[in-house]
Write a protein that binds this ligand. Structure first.
Ligand code: SF4
Length: 377
């Protein structure tokens, strides 16, 4: 049996489900921070395997969902010029900003192209020397190494017409904002931490969740068994603390086959060579100091806002569509079906907010899998 099949094995998943159903303590609320986790939970029907006293919430770990409307507006401003080509990952073009969507701007003849890797930008720029190619740089620590590589490649190959609209975000600061004792009212009993982010920045980067914030935390992979194991480890911690067997919560790494304590130091060094930390606005959270990635001074000539004279403050604004509750959904304070517009005016075909647009969005996951409750399938 190969490794992946083991982590998708229904018998093993059901074994853990049986143990979780034996939990008879008070209700707990665990947040799966990452959008990829959210999709895996739904795709594999894991919620249906949990007892009613174990609740899963979705969090701010979908990069498209947490991108504020001001970023979309600025991308539209950059894209409606005749001397630019906008390049972006696909999900972003349907996210509504105050000025509409990039999809609508493209229909109005803005040159907006979907790419699958930041490195796809290089040949586009080389083929269009008379245009500034702007890559919409959104994502977390996992996406940042590829973008840093693209910028360094543009430098070393002497391609002058490549730039980015900076929108990259760092996961630890938003989790600190979410889980700090002073944040108040988060009501969480544990966090399932994003395995792919941890693979880059290291398991140790999440130690503050247990130490400073007092929350049990487990780093998890993305297969059904990975997630069930993470939930099982969280329940074990909660139960042992409740029964006085354990004194304090801890951080556990349930994804050791990929995540090392110090992470991928080569990839992370590349990111730090190109970017420095900045304040960034997260949809639903507002500005969070140190949670963004800005180009270092040596790469300022690759910042589309500088080149095009765009207002740097615009990316700090965030306006949700009237009635859209994405902010509460991203903070784990509202389940998507509780939004009055869920499936009533807001659907993947006609999204009102980013959480319904993104393939990793909580609203999209609830919508897509709302009739499904079995594992596998
Ligand atoms: S259902 Fe639609 S309108 Fe409601 S929070 Fe989700 S994306 Fe926003």
């Amino acid at each position: 049996m190969d490794l992946l099949r083991i982590f998708r094995d229904k018998a093993l998943v059901n074994l853990l489900a049986d143990r979780l159903r034996a939990y008879s303590g008070p209700p707990v609320r665990f947040m799966e921070v990452c959008g990829t986790h959210t999709m895996s939970v739904f795709r594999n029907g894991l919620r249906a395997l949990l007892p009613p006293n174990i609740h899963l919430l979705s969090g701010p770990g979908c990069p498209v969902c947490v991108t504020p409307s001001g970023f979309i507006d600025q991308a539209i401003r950059a894209g409606t010029r005749r001397d630019t080509i906008i390049t972006t990952f696909g999900d972003l073009i349907r996210v509504p900003g105050s000025l509409g969507t990039l999809e609508r701007a493209r229909a109005a003849e803005a040159d907006i192209r979907i790419v699958y890797s930041p490195l796809d930008v290089l040949p586009i720029a080389q083929a269009n020397p008379g245009k500034l190619v702007v890559f919409l740089a959104v994502g977390f620590e996992t996406t940042a190494p590829g973008i840093a590589l693209m910028i360094q490649a543009a430098e070393s190959r002497g391609i002058p017409n490549i730039s980015i609209l900076p929108g990259l975000k760092r996961m630890p600061p938003v989790l600190r904002a979410l889980a700090s004792p002073g944040a108040g009212g988060h009501g969480l009993d544990g966090l399932i931490c994003p395995g792919h982010v941890a693979a880059i920045i290291g398991a140790d980067s999440f130690g503050f969740l247990a130490g400073e914030c007092g929350l049990p935390a487990v780093i998890a992979g993305f297969e059904p068994l990975d997630l069930m194991l993470a939930i099982y480890k969280l329940i074990n911690q909660v139960d042992q603390i409740n029964r006085g067997i354990r004194e304090a919560p801890g951080l556990e790494n349930a994804y050791k086959r990929v995540v090392k304590p110090g992470g991928n130091t080569i990839a992370w060094a590349r990111v730090q060579a190109v970017f420095e930390w900045s304040t960034s606005v997260w949809r639903g959270f507002g500005p969070i100091p140190g949670s963004g990635m800005a180009l270092r001074a040596g790469y300022a000539h690759r910042d589309a806002r500088v080149i095009l004279g765009l207002d740097p403050e615009e990316t700090m604004t965030d306006n949700l569509a009237t009635g859209c509750e994405c902010g509460l959904v991203l903070r784990g304070q509202l389940s998507p079906p509780e939004c009055p517009m869920f499936a009533r005016g807001c659907s993947p075909e006609s999204p009102r907010g980013a959480c319904m647009v993104s393939s990793e969005g909580a609203c999209a996951a609830y919508y897509r899998y709302r009739h499904r409750d079995v594992i596998g399938g």
